[in-house]
Design a protein around this ligand. Structure first.
Ligand code: PXP
Length: 237
């Protein structure tokens, strides 16, 4: 079975916000991504609403027919939004409010009680819960203990080291994915994946369920068009 591609459309919202109107139309882009082959749509509303606005989340929910994945730091406002919208998947990230982009995974040991309560709450809303994680087997083990359904491996370091030495770059990810599978966690991945590094990751990582890709994919669409770009990414998987 091929790995699912969830397209992160944050950058489309960011472009729209640059002029304050509704161009490009976020909902139309989400629907077109699905039509062009995306298996899911990911968004990451941030407290400053610099790309996805909270209202976008409600609007998108009525139109998405594939899997809807909402990422974010689980403060009360975010949790209320997710409980109201009930996406198929909620990916929790430990971002401080003003960070440029997610750049670290959870320390599930230090945050055990907090995360367990959040996960229970999201399960009650019917969401699958994924935790954004680095390659730390103790933290991955704790993710399972606190009832996460999946982990999303933070692939920033993989992407950074890929060109220098791809075997080294992927080594710890293989260990993490194998361990996660062994203890009953499904595995997603995301961050800085692109047409250069995606195929190798997907080929080498056992049990990979889904990748979520935004920045590189939307940038490539400027050159190849959205339909071709989504098909190019799908082919890597
Ligand atoms: N996963 C998480 C948790 C993220 O925060 C992001 C960026 O919003 C991505 C995946 C996608 O990363 P990129 O935009 O580099 O493809």
């Amino acid at each position: 079975m091929s790995v699912k591609l969830s397209v992160n459309i944050n950058k489309v919202a960011w472009l729209r916000n640059a002029r304050g109107g509704n161009v490009p139309n976020l909902i139309q882009v989400a629907k077109d991504c699905e039509r062009f082959g995306a298996d899911g749509i990911t968004i990451h509303p941030r407290p400053d609403e610099r790309h996805i606005k909270y209202q976008d989340v409600y609007d998108l929910k009525n139109h998405i027919t594939t899997e809807f994945n909402i990422e974010g730091y689980p403060n009360e406002k975010f949790l209320k939004l997710v409980e109201a919208v009930k996406p198929e998947q909620c990916t929790l990230v430990p971002d401080p409010p003003n960070v440029l982009t997610s750049n670290a995974g959870w320390n599930t040991i230090n945050n055990e009680i907090f995360l367990k309560e959040v996960i229970d709450r999201l399960h009650k809303a019917g969401c699958r819960v994924s935790l954004f994680m680095e390659n730390n087997l103790d933290f991955i083990n704790k993710a399972k203990e606190i009832n996460a359904d999946r982990i999303e491996l933070y692939t920033g370091p993989y992407a950074e080291n890929y060109n220098e030495n791809k075997e080294n770059a992927i080594f710890d990810y293989i260990k993490s994915a194998e361990y996660a599978f062994k203890i009953g966690l499904s595995v997603n991945a995301g961050h800085d994946l692109d047409l250069n590094n995606l195929a190798y990751f997907s080929e080498k990582i056992p049990y990979l369920q889904e990748v979520s890709i935004g920045h590189a994919l939307i940038s490539d669409a400027l050159y190849y068009g959205l339909e071709n770009t989504i098909q190019l990414y799908k082919r890597q998987l």
